[in-house]
Design a protein around this ligand. Structure first.
Ligand SMILES: Nc1ncnc2c1ncn2[C@@H]1O[C@H](COP(=O)(O)OP(=O)(O)OP(=O)(O)O)[C@@H](O)[C@H]1O
Ligand SMILES: [Mg+2]
Length: 421
């Protein structure tokens, strides 16, 4: 079921009596949510995500505007007539009812011709329980389940009436980190299997990016950008979106364009930016956009290197970096760090990847596009096949302990010799 929002606005009387007036929680939403997709509503706390969801479910009435499910205008319909399934952060299960009774509850509330037979209800409840893989716990009470299992029951309860639309408001926030990862994959699977148009509210960009077909980025009640996660990550429409997506976040610099070249302080350009007129700019660079390189021209003071599993972070300082303490964070290939370091000094130089560098107007903060990468810059890029690869791991099939091989062995020998000597 496609969801169409037309000029949808919700104003609340300000809770802060001193300030008075109104708070616009949702400001003129005007977009469509395509049928059968998993859509993430993403933004910082207080930006209006829950209000938007409550408008769609019917729990809140809009101040202005309309909501359509497919061709049906549902703006005036109460929640129970909209065919929506709702799941909240705190599960909201009935503690005195078993899992089975909790899932049955929405069906037992149906009246007249809508009410299925007893057998049919049991059948639908079991089907919903199977969908979320909770059927082994049907006779338990919520207090006898883990948080993740309780949230699955809540999802089953939302699915049992076969809703046209499934609405999830921060459904993973009460779960620990591992369960959160697992449950979000579950939500993805359930959405795929049922094909129900689903809106998933979260303030966690990684969560939204990892499972959603589309994300809607919000700020102060306003939609900022809608698109596939990768699309929004690769082409943020404004500085807010660039900063909000991605961990670690972009590093932001005060810069200037002269003769289609980007300068960040100094008189040596750091990047070609074809098609941009001479002007001041704000440059936001993804952590993976910095490449340590002796021919690089963004000079920084190296503060420290952090190696965490797969990632190697370089933390460095540049006086034009607008981040806290002028500190930028780059994620680099471990083998490449030394390629940007000047022997005997703590200076590191970076080359910038053009597709990881975004320019914005310093005043409006809107995106300034720039042209294709010139052929010369492309040539210097290392072809994928020539990239250094790290050795794979070879565990013993029985003890599961590491079996060293190749270079590692000779290094081991060396260190043994060292010990002996
Ligand atoms: N019933 C209400 N009365 C007055 N103001 C409200 C009401 N509900 C929400 N607001 C205000 O509307 C704005 C949006 O609130 P909303 O709960 O939709 O944000 P949110 O994005 O869901 O935030 P969070 O991530 O913290 O859940 C906030 O400024 C909030 O204080
Ligand atoms: Mg909320």
């Amino acid at each position: 079921m496609k969801i169409v929002l037309r000029n949808l606005t919700k104003r609340f009387p300000n809770r802060n009596k001193k300030e008075g007036g109104f708070v616009t929680a949702v400001n003129n939403f005007d977009f469509e949510i395509p049928d059968g997709k998993l859509v993430g509503l993403l933004g910082p706390s207080g930006c209006g995500k829950s209000t938007a969801l409550n408008l769609i479910s019917g729990l809140e009435k809009p101040t202005e505007g309309k909501i359509f499910f497919g061709e049906d205008d549902v703006t005036g319909l109460p929640p129970e007539k909209r065919g929506v399934g709702l799941v909240f952060q705190n599960y909201a299960l009935y503690p005195h009812l078993t899992v089975r009774q909790n899932i049955l509850f929405p069906l037992q509330n149906l009246r007249g011709t809508e009410r299925p037979s007893k057998e049919k209800m049991e059948e639908l409840a079991l089907e919903a329980a199977r969908m979320v893989q909770i059927e082994a716990y049907m006779e338990r009470r919520p207090s006898e389940l883990s948080g993740g299992q309780q949230q699955r029951v809540a999802i089953a309860r939302a699915l049992v009436k076969r809703p046209r639309v499934l609405l999830l408001d921060e459904p993973l926030s009460n779960l620990d980190a591992r369960l959160r990862l697992q449950t979000r994959e579950e939500i993805r699977r359930i959405q795929r299997e049922t094909g129900i148009t689903t809106i998933f509210v979260t303030h966690d960009q990684e969560e939204a990016m990892s499972i959603c077909d589309l994300i809607v980025v919000m700020k102060d009640g306003m939609e900022q950008q809608i698109g596939a996660p990768q699309e929004v990550y690769d082409r943020p429409v404004n500085l807010f979106v660039a900063k909000f997506l991605g961990t670690p976040a972009v590093s932001v610099f005060e810069g200037e364009v002269r003769e289609e070249k980007l300068y960040i302080g100094g008189n040596i350009p750091v990047l070609d930016v074809p098609g941009v007129a001479d002007r001041p700019v704000t440059a936001a660079i993804r952590p993976e956009g910095f490449v340590p390189d002796t021919v690089g021209t963004l000079f920084c003071v190296l503060n420290r290197i952090e190696i965490m599993g797969r990632d190697t972070s370089v933390i460095a300082t540049n006086s034009h970096c607008l981040n806290e303490l002028n500190t930028l964070r780059a994620i680099v290939d471990t083998e490449e760090i030394d390629e940007g370091r000047m022997p005997g000094s703590n200076i590191i130089s970076f080359r910038l990847k053009p597709n990881k560098t975004h320019l914005f107007d310093p005043v409006t903060e809107e995106r300034i596009p720039f042209g294709a990468v010139p052929a010369a810059a492309k040539k210097t890029a290392v072809p994928a096949a020539a990239k250094k690869t790290t050795a794979p791991h070879l565990p013993d099939p029985v003890t599961e302990e590491r079996i060293p091989f190749g270079k590692e062995l000779s290094e081991k020998k060396k260190s043994v010799k060292h010990h002996e000597g």
